[in-house]
Design a protein around this ligand. Sequence first.
Ligand code: 5GP
Ligand code: MG
Length: 490
Amino acid sequence: MDLDLDGDTLREECGVFGILDHPDAAALTALGLHALQHRGQEAAGIVTYGEGQFHSERHLGLVGDHYTDAATLARLPGSAAMGHVRYSTTGETVLRNVQPLFAELSEGGIAIAHNGNFTNGLKLRRELIANGAICQSTSDTEVVLHLVARSPQKSSADRFVDAIKQMQGGYALVALTRTKLIGARDPNGIRPLVLGDLNGSPIFASESCALDIIGAKHVRDVENGEVVICERKADGAVTIESIKPFPPRPERVCLFEYVYFARPDSIVAGRQVYTTRKHMGMNLAKEAAVEADVVVPVPDGGTPAAIGYAQESGIPFELGIIRNHYVGRTFIEPTQQIRAFGVKLKHSANRAEIEGKRVVLVDDSIVRGTTSLKIVQMIREAGAKEVHLRVASPMITHSDYYGINTPDPEALLANQHADLQSMCKYVGADSLQFLSIDGLYDAVGGIPRNAQEPQFTDHCFTGDYPTPLVDLVEENGRSPKQLSMLREAG
Ligand code: 5GP
Ligand code: MG
């Protein structure tokens, strides 16, 4: 999480990668980050350790813009490396916030990169500053560095554990010291992190697709609440140790990883993301059937679900929208005005498959409704007879505070309208249906939602947050309950 100067929380989406004991550590990290680029497109950083010191390159822009030339990689020598891709929602796209963050501590240097948000980061940061800490960035990853620095523990691994025990929220963290590469997931396991292996070199990555690109083996997930410490010993041997510093609890991966965030070819918590998305589309077809001539995905996010919808309904699947691949995600554009414009840059209607037809339009999710509004209009202008919008996830009624870029609750389409009819009218469709929460659970887990024995976190759709939201409640003076009351009132 980032904090702007007024103390407001700025959310970010990220991906992390790390590798120990490989002669091409920096180049492999660049490749891994390239495969994780969908998790953050604004900035990328790599830190290595080699030749007796740490080296750092941090840049705004895409991985491919900076880390493909030999000169940059030559500035990142060493057989241990870690990196980060990042996308933040507001103006704080400044270099000082680009991760990994690095600090010299009494026992040697440490670099840390983080995917997720700390829900008590602001509180801890204020306490640290009140006690004399000097913060250089507005990123709360820096809070972890300070807590590591202040820990009374001796070894860097123990200090790291000491620090994360004070943090709440959703996180996948990777840290690099002179001899160790550490990976950690929060007690609920909200954000994913996998352990890989490339001929004996251990790897951490946000998603398994970052292992595939370098031909590494997917060993297992780092478990919720687990800290995995990979160490290169003096004799050159690499050891891997697992610590469980938190009381055990069920894993609760964020369902939004399956709905939208993760790449379809990744395996998240043992489930193939592509398959879960197709199932979401199949369940959507069962729940929200409509007579139509063609199923059209909103690319790329809606494509697997649209394939599932077409297979289940028997309605032909066609590419009725062509995506321009030379623009980034719509969300990259920081203002609502530019975002609205951005959709046109990204998608155009394929008139041949749309004119005179009854179209089922399938997207993965609706957040603000910007995409839907533009796409429905575009399909109509291309001559569709009817446009039926089908969304392969439930209505998003609550903001995320764990590393997914959803806006404040008031900006969510579902909160701006009293009912489905009103939303449908707003986006200009003939009909609008969302996947039910049970349909989503069935697609991902195969069993219905059980709030008593949670299998996932579904807070975006239900408001059932898996951790306390200390900063939100204390600092902004608004509890999620107040926020949802606000929603019900308006
Ligand atoms: P909307 O236009 O309704 O605000 O956003 C919905 C579109 O953005 C969908 O097509 C979906 O693929 C994409 N999207 C949904 N959630 C997120 C998110 O958390 N981050 C980003 N970057 N894009 C999202
Ligand atoms: Mg999309």
